[in-house]
Design a protein around this ligand. Structure first.
Ligand SMILES: Cc1cc2nc3c(=O)[nH]c(=O)nc-3n(C[C@H](O)[C@H](O)[C@H](O)COP(=O)(O)OP(=O)(O)OC[C@H]3O[C@@H](n4cnc5c(N)ncnc54)[C@H](O)[C@@H]3O)c2cc1C
Length: 480
C-alpha cells in the first residue's frame, strides 16, 4: 500500500483521539493494546482488515518461553533463566544482550500473562521432533537446544510452547487475544489502513491518517503511536532492496497479504532506521518422521556439512552455503520410514554406488562418506559433526533414498525478520540512534531477537512480538 510523507499537525483536523494508537492487530498489536489499557491508557486500535489476526492467526502456534514455565516443570524439565539466556545469546548472530536478558528474565511471567488473556496452553509434552506437530501438546523441542554445539553451551531443555489445539494453532491465540481486546472495551477501527503519520513542530509523532473504505480520518495520539503491521514479505520493492534471499528461486513468501511493510515505511517516513533487513527464515525440513535425522545431509561432492539433528532452519541455512546450494538427505530404508507427503524424494537405489552415479556425485565420494559415517555410528560416535548418539545408526539397509534439499528445484517458505531499530521499550530510533518521540514498533515491524534461519527456533517470532508488543504498550501508556 502507498505510504505518504508525514503530515504536520497544523494541517490536520483530528476526528478522534486516544492516549495510545496501535496500528495493526496481530499478536504484537493485540498485546500492545491490552498492556497499554492495563496501564491505564485510553487505547485505539486501527486495523486494516475486518477482523485482525494477520500472519499471527496463520501461524503454527509455537511460542518460545523458558526459565521454568509451569509446563516445563510439569514435565520434569529443570530450566533456568541463565540457560535460556546463554542459549539464545549463543545461537543468535549479533545478539542484543539487553533485549534477550529482558525476554528471558520475564519469560515465565509473560507465559502466565498470555494464559491470563485466555491463550490456551496445556501441560502435555510432545517428545518427538516435528517441524509442526499435528497434535495439541504444548511443550516440544523447536530449536537447536539439544544439538551440538548448543547442547554443550546451555543445558538442553525444550522451550517451544504450542498453543494447545491440534494442527496450525495460533488462530486460537488470536481468537483469545482479540476477545480480550473487545471484552475490556478497547476501541477498534476495522477496515482501516493507516497511510501516514502526523507530527508536531518538534518532530513528535502525535497521530495518524487512515483510510476506511473511501473515507479519510485523522486520529490523535496523545502519548504514542505503536506500529505493529507485521513483516514485509509481500513488498517487492523492500525485498529487492534489502533481502536477496527472499528473491531466490524457490522461495515462497510466507505471511498474510497485509505483510507489505506498511509499518516499516511509516517508520522510515519520519527517519526511523532499519536493521537486520537481509535476514530471513527459509526452511526445507528434513523431518518428520524423526527417523530421517538418522540419515546424512551431503552436498554435491558427497560431503557432510552439518549435524542432522540440528533445527531445520539451521540445516537449510547451511545447505544454502554449499556449492550451487545443492544438498541431499541420504537415508537407508529404516531411517527413511514412510513418505510424509511433502519431501522431494528423488529416487531410491539398491546400492550407494548407483545413487552416487545418478546424483552426479564424484565417483566414490558418497561411498567413502557413508563408510566413515557408518563406522563411527556403529561405535555411537560422530567425531566430524557431533550428532547426538540417539540418532547414530549405520545406514546399511537398502534401498537407499535421496531427498532433494536444494533450494530452487525445491521450494521453501520464507519470512522476513528485519525491521525498525528499537530500544528495549520498543521506541523507534533514527539513523543517529536518537529516539523518535511518540513512535514505537514491535512484532515483525521491528528487529528484536530473531536474526536469521541458522539461529532461529520456532516460537521466537510470536514470543518476541507478544513480549515487545507489551513493552511498547506499557511504555507508551506511561508517557506524560
Ligand atoms: C504460516 C506461518 C506459520 C508461522 N508459525 C510461527 C510459529 O509457530 N511461531 C512463531 O513464533 N512464528 C511463526 N510465524 C511467524 C509469526 O507468525 C509472525 O512473525 C508474527 O505473527 C508477526 O506478528 P505481528 O503482530 O508482527 O504481525 P501480524 O500478525 O502480521 O499482524 C499485523 C496486523 O497489522 C495489520 N496491518 C497491516 N498494515 C496495516 C496498516 N497500514 N494499517 C492498519 N493495520 C495494518 C494487518 O492486517 C495485521 O492484522 C509463522 C508465520 C507464518 C506465515
Amino acid at each position: 500500500m502507498e505510504i505518504s510523507e508525514p503530515l504536520s499537525a497544523k494541517d490536520v483536523k483530528f476526528d478522534q483521539s486516544a492516549d495510545v494508537i496501535v496500528v495493526g492487530m496481530g499478536v504484537a498489536g493485540a498485546c500492545a493494546a491490552v498492556e497499554a489499557h492495563e496501564a491505564g491508557a485510553d487505547v485505539l486500535v486501527i486495523e486494516r482488515t475486518s477482523g485482525g489476526g494477520g500472519s499471527s492467526a496463520m501461524a503454527g502456534g509455537y511460542v518460545y518461553f523458558g526459565g521454568g514455565t509451569r509446563v516445563q516443570k510439569a514435565n520434569g524439565f529443570d530450566d533456568t533463566v541463565e540457560d535460556m539466556f546463554n542459549y539464545i545469546m549463543a545461537v543468535t548472530p549479533e545478539p542484543n544482550a539487553e533485549k534477550i536478558r529482558l525476554y528471558c528474565d520475564n519469560s515465565v511471567a509473560h507465559f502466565d500473562w498470555m494464559e491470563r488473556q485466555g491463550v490456551p496452553f496445556n501441560d502435555r509434552f510432545f517428545p518427538g521432533k516435528d517441524p509442526e506437530h499435528p497434535t495439541d501438546e504444548t511443550l516440544s523441542w523447536t530449536g537447536n537446544e539439544d544439538a551440538w554445539p548448543f547442547s554443550e553451551i546451555a543445558k538442553p531443555v525444550p522451550r517451544g510452547h504450542k498453543i494447545g489445539v491440534n494442527g496450525a494453532a495460533a488462530y486460537a491465540m488470536m481468537n483469545a487475544l482479540i476477545a480480550t481486546v473487545k471484552r475490556i472495551g478497547i476501541r477498534v477501527e476495522f477496515d482501516s489502513a493507516v497511510n501516514a503519520l502526523v507530527c508536531d513542530d518538534s518532530g513528535r509523532i502525535v497521530g495518524v491518517r487512515y483510510r476506511q473504505f473511501d473515507e479519510i480520518h485523522y486520529a490523535e495520539a496523545r502519548k504514542g503511536v505503536v506500529l505493529t503491521t507485521g513483516g514485509f514479505v509481500w513488498n517487492r520493492e523492500l525485498i529487492d532492496q534489502y533481502t536477496p534471499n527472499m528473491a531466490l528461486e524457490g522461495v515462497i513468501p510466507h505471511g498474510a497479504p497485509t505483510s507489505d511493510g506498511a509499518g516499516h515505511q511509516l517508520g522510515m517516513s519520519v527517519g526511523g532506521s532499519l536493521m537486520n533487513m537481509a535476514a530471513t527464515m527459509i526452511s526445507i525440513p528434513i523431518y518428520a518422521p524423526e527417523s530421517r535425522i538418522k540419515g546424512i545431509l551431503v552436498n554435491k561432492n558427497g560431503q557432510r556439512f552439518i549435524n542432522e539433528d540440528t533445527y531445520h532452519g539451521r540445516a537449510t541455512a547451511f545447505a544454502m552455503q554449499q556449492p550451487d546450494m545443492v544438498a541431499y538427505l541420504i537415508c537407508d530404508a529404516p531411517s527413511f520410514g514412510e513418505r510424509n507427503g511433502y519431501e522431494a524424494l528423488i529416487d531410491a537405489w539398491e546400492t550407494v554406488a548407483e545413487m552416487e552415479h545418478d546424483l552426479g556425485i564424484p565417483e566414490g565420494a558418497l561411498q567413502k562418506t557413508l563408510a566413515v559415517y557408518n563406522e563411527n555410528a556403529a561405535r555411537g560416535q560422530d567425531p566430524d559433526f557431533h550428532k547426538a548418539a540417539k540418532y547414530l545408526t549405520p545406514l546399511a539397509e537398502p534401498p537407499f533414498a535421496a531427498v532433494n534439499i536444494t533450494l530452487g528445484p525445491v521450494s521453501a517458505q520464507g519470512l522476513t525478520q528485519g525491521g525498525l531499530t528499537t530500544t528495549a521499550d520498543a521506541q523507534v530510533l533514527d539513523e543517529a540512534g536518537r529516539i523518535i518521540p511518540g513512535l514505537y514498533a514491535a512484532g515483525a515491524t521491528a528487529s528484536n531477537i530473531a536474526k536469521d534461519s541458522a539461529g532461529y527456533a520456532s516460537g521466537f517470532m510470536i514470543g518476541e512480538s507478544s513480549y515487545f508488543g507489551r513493552r511498547a504498550g506499557a511504555h507508551a501508556a506511561r508517557v506524560r
